[in-house]
Design a protein around this ligand. Structure first.
Ligand SMILES: Nc1ncnc2c1ncn2[C@@H]1O[C@H](COP(=O)(O)OP(=O)(O)OP(=O)(O)O)[C@@H](O)[C@H]1O
Ligand SMILES: [Mg+2]
Length: 455
């Protein structure tokens, strides 16, 4: 073991001397303190790898020192030296995070062994932490330390290297795509991550987009086209909003997955492919199977592993972290200093129910940054949708925010509500009024959560 810095804490000069000699013989540097308080002062000033402390000392005793260190968040290993009479206290101290205890009087080799063990343990722990951070930093772009998210990270780490199909379920804006990208990155697959939004591509184009086509396969096929499957060869195909895929295409998809072969439209030469599939939906997949919009056989083929992303309202601990993260990110982009969030602002964010989840929070913060001119974000610049209880009416159209997307979305939502009302909730009539396809309308209805009110 390499040379380490060790702090010996004991009020008896003779004891200090003995320990110092033993530890120096092991090749370590030794500093001595006379009691717990002195030890804390010394520990603040320099880096130490291990503390060896007596239990009974004036001012601050060994257990007090241990508690103070753990209270400061320090995880430095601590070995207790105890007289036989106080062994029980030493055992208690182990429960509070001491590494080991040594009973006085001791043989030198007992000290040597305990020190070696404690240093080895601590080295392994910090290596583990380092490796874990290293591994995570390569794939994990999530912000959030809440328990539900720890579960998500754990699941991603586990499933990533298996190449199993994954079905991701979660509300809109909860991070399904971020999770899918994470799985791809952590998988080490050499190919591309290819996302396909099954709801956004017009039905008649989806098949040719997925499988590709040969020149002349249909009117308008002027040249060969590589499909998403081929593009994702040796990589990952992310089928977003899978429940919006037409049923006949779902059966073709199933066949491709079973045979690991695709055939371009207009060609009868199957091509072998090696593609990992991740599917996602904000509908409950089993319910979608029941409603017959998701084929049961396809569902079982895709749902080898299922990953659920918890809604933001169920991980309140992450809200403030995410808000700070987005403030920093957006402020940096605008070249502005990062404002603080006032305590009432945090309280307001934490109390809101976030139907649009993290994406909605991101939008709210973006707007707040534009509305906020000082160094602190107050609740009145947090425009959390129409349903926030404490939002003053006139703020919505104050005109102060120039962020395009939320405004456009708000207008789009209003127009859809109006068209549906005028069309007596008849979707195809409403779609015609809006000059969009019925499919696009369905997609937007879902996106804005208009489904329930409008039938
Ligand atoms: N935990 C998180 N930390 C940081 N950013 C996040 C987190 N979760 C989501 N985001 C960000 O929020 C936005 C929405 O996430 P994403 O697109 O993954 O959601 P989604 O579940 O796929 O949404 P939709 O159902 O609408 O497709 C993205 O900009 C993403 O980067
Ligand atoms: Mg998505």
């Amino acid at each position: 073991m390499t040379h380490k810095n060790i702090l010996v804490v004991d009020d008896e000069a003779k004891m200090q001397r003995i320990l110092e000699i033993v530890l120096r013989q092991m090749g370590h540097s030794v500093t001595c303190a006379g009691d717990g308080r002195e030890a804390l002062t010394i520990l603040e000033q320099a880096h130490f790898d291990l503390v060896v402390t007596d239990m009974k000392m004036p001012r601050l005793d060994g257990v007090g020192l241990l508690r103070a260190l753990r209270g400061q968040g320090s995880d430095i290993p601590v070995i207790m030296i105890t007289a036989f009479a106080t062994v029980e206290t030493a055992v208690e101290a182990m429960k509070e995070g001491a590494s080991d205890y040594i009973i006085r009087p001791f043989k030198n080799e007992v000290v040597v062994n305990a020190v070696q063990r404690a240093l080895k343990m601590s080295q392994i722990q910090s290596q583990n932490r380092f490796l874990k951070n290293e591994l995570d930093s390569e794939w994990n772009e999530f912000v959030g330390e809440s328990r539900p998210m720890q579960g998500v990270y754990q699941a991603i780490r586990q499933v990533a290297p298996t190449n199993a199909s994954v079905f991701i379920h979660g509300e809109t804006g909860a991070g399904k795509e971020l999770a899918a990208r994470g799985i791809h990155k952590a998988s080490g697959r050499s190919g591309l991550f290819v996302p396909v939004n099954c709801a956004a591509i017009p039905e008649e184009m989806l098949e040719s987009q997925l499988f590709g086509y040969k020149k002349g396969a249909f009117t308008g096929a002027h040249k060969d086209h590589v499909g998403k499957f081929e593009l994702a060869d040796e990589g990952t195909l992310f089928l977003d909003e899978i429940t919006e895929m037409p049923l006949n295409l779902q059966s073709k998809l199933l066949r491709v997955l079973q045979e690991n072969q695709v055939e371009k439209l207009g060609s009868n030469q199957p091509v072998n492919i090696d593609v990992r599939i991740i599917a996602a939906s904000n509908r409950d997949p089993l319910q979608a199977v029941e409603e017959k919009i998701l084929r049961e056989d396809l569902y079982y083929r895709l749902n080898v592993f299922s990953l659920v992303l918890p809604p933001l309202r169920d991980r309140e601990a992450d809200i403030a972290l995410l808000a700070h993260h987005f403030l920093e990110q957006k402020a940096a982009r605008l070249g502005r200093p990062v404002p603080r969030l006032s305590a009432p602002a945090i309280a307001r964010l934490s109390a809101y129910h976030w139907p649009g989840n993290v994406r909605e929070l991101e939008n709210v913060i973006e707007r707040a940054l534009i509305l906020c001119t000082g160094d602190t974000v107050e609740p009145d610049s947090l425009l959390t949708g129409g349903s926030a209880p404490s939002q003053p009416e006139e703020e919505t159209d104050s005109g102060a925010s120039l962020a395009l997307q939320p405004q456009v979305e708000q207008l789009e939502r209003q127009l859809i509500v109006e068209a549906l009302a005028q069309a007596d909730n008849n979707k195809s009539v409403a779609a015609r009024k809006l000059e969009v396809s019925e499919r696009t309308l369905w997609y937007k209805i879902k996106k804005y959560g208009l489904g329930r009110e409008s039938g």
